[in-house]
Design a protein around this ligand. Structure first.
Ligand code: NAG
Ligand code: NAG
Ligand code: NAG
Ligand code: NAG
Length: 414
């Protein structure tokens, strides 16, 4: 009985939300039945799918909502008994990934599915912003990447501290990211390819996230020093392609579990802190395209020796470095270290002398802690005691979770 009631309630809701197609629809619109349209009009709401090129809504007919993944039930709707009512399946998960549906908003839909735990809707054209989901006690995964979400950072996300997956990349969000985002207990925080600006909040290090992408926004200001507080959890972080400035804080060297650290294409200046020699797990380290200068520390290059680290790719091109440590020379030959377009005497492909002179005449930034080493570095003499073939088995950059996030989640097939 209760289940039937639930079913009819949800059926009605789903119908209300999705069957009315705008007559202005630019492409296929579902031929939703008249009754539904009348209900919709009668209630005076207009939640519409305005475009449905794969005829997904064509499957949203009949009383069987729960999809079995084999073509029965409504495409994209999956059911499960919620934690408090295991034997009463309700819509627990909505997966519209790659459906290319268009709608002006998802408000009045996901926020009205009380037992929803997962909403995956990458590569659609859902506009508006994230609705208030605070009444959904089991909700924990939100993927709205590659949609047309706009406005400032969606404030209704902030109270969802128990989210474990938050993917908002490839939208049109703008403005500042609020500091409360780092209170969310998520493992994944993808914000890349939006139009966020302002500083990355100073409490960055509070985040428990393992994978973070700030890449390709308009962030300014420094990399927050608090980043070191994330040393037990942070595995990959991309600051790539913003307007971050100031010194690299030595606290980055505390990230003992990080495999990817990428702050390429920013406005960072000063030296590479010696603490970077403590990044024992780092595989991809990209600082190319900044205003960094001084000597590339031996301690960092030693991380490419399997005795001391796991480094396979150290990209420092397009900076103003003037020399490299002894251990680094070999890495250039092995194609691990990239130093084109710097100011290193005796190496090919460097900047014109006049450009280097102009830059080096400018006052140097003062970077506190640049010499501080929060770990034991290998002694110089044993640095290359063991011959090293590690680089031959190097994983390529594109194989990491965060670098994968730099591509739209699904490319439209021709
Ligand atoms: C969409 O799917 C429904 C149900 O399978 C079908 O009846 C309808 O003809 C389809 N429309 C188009 C345009 O393919
Ligand atoms: C994002 O906003 C810009 C204008 O700021 C607009 O030109 C562009 O089409 C928008 N993109 C999407 C996907 O909505
Ligand atoms: C988050 O989870 C904790 C522990 O399960 C719970 O006490 C708290 O109410 C939850 N908070 C929200 C906003 O869901
Ligand atoms: C090395 O890193 C640079 C900068 O991130 C990247 O462009 C390049 O593809 C990487 N090389 C490999 C072999 O992964």
């Amino acid at each position: 009985m209760a289940e039937d009631r639930w079913r009819s309630r949800h059926l009605l809701r789903v119908l209300l939300l999705f069957f009315l197609c705008s007559s202005l629809a630019p492409c296929f619109a579902s031929n939703g039945n008249r009754e539904t349209i009348e209900i919709e009009i009668g209630i005076g709401r207009s939640r519409t799918i305005t475009c449905d090129p794969k005829n997904i809504t064509g499957t949203w007919v009949g009383t069987r909502i729960c999809s079995d993944g084999k073509g029965h039930g409504y495409s994209g709707f999956y059911c499960e008994g919620p934690p408090d009512k295991r034997n009463m399946p309700t819509v627990a998960s909505v997966d519209f990934n790659g459906y290319h549906l268009a709608a002006p908003t998802v408000r009045g839909f996901i926020d009205d599915l009380p037992d929803l735990a997962i909403f995956h809707a990458n590569s659609n054209r859902f506009g508006g912003t994230v609705p208030d989901l605070s009444r959904l006690p089991f909700f924990y995964e939100l993927d709205l990447s590659n949609n047309v979400q706009t406005g400032c950072f969606p404030s209704f996300v902030l109270p969802l501290v128990n989210l474990s997956f938050l993917d908002l990349r490839y939208n049109n969000y703008s403005g500042q990211v609020p500091c409360a985002v780092f209170n969310i207990q998520t493992q994944v925080l993808f914000l890349n390819n939006n139009k966020f600006n302002g500083q990355i909040p100073a409490n960055l290090g509070k985040t428990p996230a393992n994978y973070i992408t700030f890449a390709f926004n308009y962030f300014t200001g420094p990399i927050p020093r608090s980043i070191g507080q994330a040393s037990n959890t942070l595995l990959e972080i991309l600051f790539l392609g913003n307007q971050l400035c100031g010194c690299l804080p030595y606290e980055i060297g505390l990230l003992k579990k990080a495999t990817v650290f990428d702050a390429g294409s920013n406005h960072l200046s000063g030296p590479i802190p010696l603490s970077f020699g403590c990044l024992k797990k780092v595989e991809q380290l990209n600082l190319a395209g900044n205003f960094l200068s001084g000597e590339v520390p031996d301690a960092v290059c030693q991380l490419a020796n399997s005795m001391h680290g796991l480094l396979v790719n150290l990209s420092l091109s397009d900076n103003y470095f003037t020399s490299v440590g002894k251990c680094c020379v070999d890495l250039i030959k092995r194609n691990v270290l990239h130093v084109e377009k710097n100011c290193i005497a005796g190496l090919p492909g460097q900047r014109p002398a006049a450009e280097c002179e102009r830059f080096l005449k400018q006052p140097k930034p003062v970077c506190p802690g640049a010499q501080y080493v929060p770990c034991r570095l290998p002694a110089k003499e044993d640095a290359w005691a063991v011959a090293d073939g590690e680089a031959d088995r190097a994983p390529v950059a594109s194989g990491y979770a965060t670098y994968k996030a730099l591509h739209p989640p699904e490319r439209r097939k021709p």
